[in-house]
Design a protein around this ligand. Structure first.
Ligand SMILES: [Zn+2]
Length: 102
């Protein structure tokens, strides 16, 4: 099930990469964000591409920790916005009601 497959993992430089940009196999040079063991990029033709632990199969939190790291990086990738909107650009428009315009 894709919901439990690791799709993002940090490489040895600490950069979080997706399975789509990772090289196949051990060449991905990624480690599990939870247990720090070596990951392998499985990019075959049968199953959906994902990272898997190369030797340690007992790690139960790698997937959740990878999502946590991804969520922490999202705000930096979003466009900047102002927390206080420019109220001078708001225009009051009369609202039509059944009795006329108020
Ligand atoms: Zn792990």
């Amino acid at each position: 099930m894709i919901g439990e497959k690791i799709q993002y993992a940090p490489n040895r430089n600490g950069k979080l990469i997706s399975i789509n940009e990772a090289k196949r196999g051990l060449a991905c040079n990624c480690i599990c964000p939870a247990c720090k063991s070596v990951l392998i990029a499985r990019k075959g033709d049968v199953r959906i591409p994902h990272f898997a632990h190369y030797k340690n199969n007992s790690c139960a939190t790698g997937y959740q920790t990878s999502l946590h790291l991804l969520a922490k990086e999202l705000p930096a990738s979003l466009p900047a916005f102002s927390a206080s909107p420019d109220i001078t650009s708001l225009i009051w428009l009369p609202m039509p009601f059944a009795d006329g315009i108020i």
